[in-house]
Design a binder for this molecule. Structure first.
Ligand SMILES: O=C(O)C(=O)C[C@]1(C(=O)O)C=C[C@@H](O)C=C1
Length: 283
């Protein structure tokens, strides 16, 4: 019998638990999370078989999935490097950045244990185990950064996750962190900054934010995401994110200049370029 330990039963960890459970109900899934609400919900719905403390569950686990914030994943890899793990065990994670995690994983030196970095490129601003879904990743990319895992472990993980219906992409930690800084991290920064700058200014207006419609809501949906998770992402990819913010500021500066100087042609061309690119995403 295969035993899977999932540490972190929030949106992503609980979605993985559902995917594994729906694919094979003989798999023993142990959940580890200090949050009672998520854990109890998943136990009651038979999505996990039991709940345990992380270090207590580790020795019996064939697969350990680290699904907490990046800072917690890094700390747990440090803990795992000092414990005796089940021979043949695979450790993987779902963190949104990969370089710091892959560096930390070098500390895992039990020769018959493998580590593989992972990142499902999907999510929601909703948080907690109740909001997870076995369809959350459907149609999305799932990045893999290969480490010390064997081919057999990789195959077994993909088999367990087959109902996720993802497109597996193997990449390097460096390439991954650069790409997601552009596609995910800077959008989050921009979204949060936009909400805060406007909310502060609108505080004295009696209608204020209540008048917000589709434009503001769809541009800023992700600002409602978990601040703990996003703080850890910023700290673990700060160089890339900071340099992408420079590029974004330059783009904004050019557009501001065009608006200020009534440069109709540049304004139109900027929006037409963005319209074409953004529309192609939905095709
Ligand atoms: O759709 C959302 O709400 C997300 O935040 C998902 C999203 C993103 O697209 O930026 C956020 C973080 C994850 O690492 C991967 C995906």
């Amino acid at each position: 019998m295969t035993t899977v330990l999932i540490s972190g039963l929030g949106l992503i960890g609980s979605s993985i638990a559902r995917i594994i459970r729906e694919g094979d109900d003989t798999i023993e899934i142990i959940g580890s999370d200090p949050n009672d609400d998520s854990s109890e919900f998943l136990l009651q719905h038979h999505i996990i078989n039991s709940r345990a403390k992380f270090i207590d569950a580790v020795p019996n686990a064939d697969i350990i999935i680290l699904a907490g914030p990046v800072s917690v994943i890094i700390q747990q890899i440090g803990v795992l490097s000092k414990l005796s793990l089940k021979p043949g065990a695979l450790i993987t994670d779902v963190g949104s950045t990969k370089q710091m995690i892959m560096d930390e994983a070098k500390k895992l030196n039990q020769s018959d244990v493998g580590f593989m970095g992972g990142h499902p490129m999907a999510g929601s601003h909703l948080t907690g185990g109740k909001n997870g879904s076995s369809h959350l990743f459907s149609g999305s990319k799932y990045f893999l950064v290969t480490g010390s895992q064997t081919d057999r472990q990789l195959r077994e993980f993909k088999r367990l996750m087959r109902l996720a219906n993802v497109d597996w992409i193997t990449t390097s930690a460096v390439a991954h962190d650069k790409l997601v800084s552009e596609l995910s991290h800077v959008p989050h920064v921009v979204s949060a900054a936009l909400v805060n700058s406007i909310a502060d200014r609108l505080q004295t207006d009696p209608i204020g934010l209540k008048a917000a419609a589709g434009g503001f809501k769809s541009t800023t949906r992700i600002a409602a995401s978990d601040p703990k998770m996003w703080t850890a992402i910023m700290l673990s990819n700060s160089k890339e994110i900071s340099s992408e913010i420079d590029e974004f500021q330059e783009e904004l500066r050019q557009l501001q200049e065009a608006i200020k100087t009534q440069d109709e042609k540049t304004i139109f061309e900027t929006f037409a370029k963005a319209q074409k690119i953004r529309k192609s995403l939905d095709d």
